[in-house]
Design a protein around this ligand. Structure first.
Ligand SMILES: Nc1nc(=O)c2c([nH]1)NC[C@@H]1CN(c3ccc(C(=O)N[C@@H](CCC(=O)O)C(=O)O)cc3)CN21
Ligand SMILES: CC(C)C(=O)C(=O)O
Ligand SMILES: [Mg+2]
Length: 268
C-alpha cells in the first residue's frame, strides 16, 4: 500500500462501534516521525491539532494557524500513520466564510493532506457546515466546550459550561452536531458530570480532554503527555514520560563530547 493512501484500516465505522465496547485512544501529532512512533504504539486516532500553533510554531493561541500550516503538517503525519485514523483540525475561519469555502477547505485536508476526517469547533451555529462537509463524503468530528479558536471571546482557557443554562446549551449543541452528521465529538474542559450526561445522550462516541473519565475516549496533546515542556502545562495533563529532560540530557552530552574532543572517536 502506498504511503500516500488515506485508506487506513481504522474507519469511522470502527470508531463508532467502539462506543460502549472499548475506550478510544487519541493523541495529537504534527509530523512524520512522531506520527510513526504514535501509530506504531497502537493509537486509534491521531489528531493533527491546530494546537500545532502552540507546540510547533510557538504562538500563544490557535487563531494564528492557517490552512497552509494545516496542510503542511497533515501531509507529514499521513505519511507516518499506517494504521490509525488521521483527523485534521479545520483552522481558524476556515469554515466561517460560507459553505463553499468550508467544503473546499475540508476537501483539501482530505485530498491534499491525506487526512481521513476533519474536526471543527462549534455547535448549532456550525451545523449547516458540518452537514455540507458530511454530504461531500468527508467524515466530521465535532468539538464543544472549550473551543480555543474563540479564546478572544471566551476570555481564557478555563472550564466551560459551569452554569445550568450553559450545560443545557452544550447538551443541545451536542445533539445538533450529531444530527448534522458528525461521527464523533471532542469535549474539552467541561465538568465530568456534564461530559457523562452528553456521552449517555449521544449514539456517537465522545472523546474527552479535561472532561473526566466517562467519555468514550480520551485525547491529549502529545508534547504535553510526553513531558516535552517543563514550564506551564494544563492541570488535566498527566505526563506519561519525561522526554524533554531526556532530549536536553542527550544534547548536553553531545555538546560536551564535541567540546572536549571525545566525539567522534577516530577509527584506525
Ligand atoms: N500544549 C497544548 N495543550 C493543549 O491541551 C492545548 C493547546 N496546547 N493548544 C490548544 C488548546 C488550548 N488548550 C488549553 C490551554 C490552556 C489551558 C489552561 O491553561 N487551563 C488551566 C486553567 C486556566 C483557567 O482556569 O483560566 C488549567 O489549569 O488547566 C487549558 C487548555 C487545550 N489545547
Ligand atoms: C486539544 C485538541 C482537542 C485540539 O483540538 C488540538 O490539539 O488542537
Ligand atoms: Mg484544535
Amino acid at each position: 500500500m502506498s504511503k500516500q493512501t488515506t485508506n487506513k484500516p481504522i474507519t469511522t465505522k470502527i470508531i463508532k462501534n467502539m462506543k460502549g465496547a472499548e475506550k478510544i485512544s487519541m493523541l495529537t501529532a504534527y509530523d512524520y516521525s512522531m506520527a510513526k512512533l504514535v501509530d506504531r504504539a497502537g493509537i486509534d486516532m491521531i489528531l493533527v491539532g491546530d494546537s500545532l500553533g502552540n507546540v510547533m510554531l510557538g504562538f500563544d493561541n490557535t487563531t494564528h494557524v492557517t490552512m497552509s500550516d494545516m496542510l503542511h503538517h497533515t501531509k507529514s503525519v499521513a505519511r507516518g500513520a499506517e494504521h490509525c485514523m488521521v483527523v485534521a483540525d479545520m483552522p481558524f475561519l476556515s469554515c466561517h466564510l460560507g459553505v463553499y469555502e468550508a467544503v473546499k477547505n475540508a476537501g483539501a485536508l482530505i485530498s491534499e493532506g491525506n487526512a481521513g476526517a476533519v474536526k471543527l469547533e462549534g455547535g448549532t451555529e456550525v451545523c449547516e457546515i458540518i452537514k455540507a462537509i458530511t454530504d461531500a463524503g468527508i467524515p466530521v468530528v465535532g468539538h464543544l466546550g472549550l473551543t480555543p479558536q474563540s479564546v478572544n471571546q471566551l476570555g481564557g482557557f478555563g472550564v466551560q459550561a459551569k452554569t445550568q443554562d450553559a450545560a443545557d446549551k452544550l447538551l443541545e449543541d451536542a445533539k445538533a452536531v450529531e444530527a448534522a452528521g458528525a461521527f464523533c465529538l471532542v469535549l474539552e474542559c467541561i465538568p465530568a458530570e456534564l461530559a457523562k450526561k452528553v456521552t449517555d445522550s449521544l449514539s456517537i462516541p465522545t472523546i474527552g480532554i479535561g472532561a473526566g473519565s466517562d467519555c468514550d475516549g480520551q485525547v491529549l496533546v502529545l508534547h504535553d503527555m510526553l513531558g516535552m515542556f517543563d514550564d506551564y502545562i494544563p492541570s488535566f495533563v498527566k505526563q506519561f514520560a519525561q522526554v524533554g529532560k531526556e532530549i536536553t540530557a542527550g544534547v548536553t552530552s553531545y555538546i560536551s563530547e564535541v567540546k572536549n574532543g571525545s566525539f567522534p572517536v577516530l577509527k584506525k
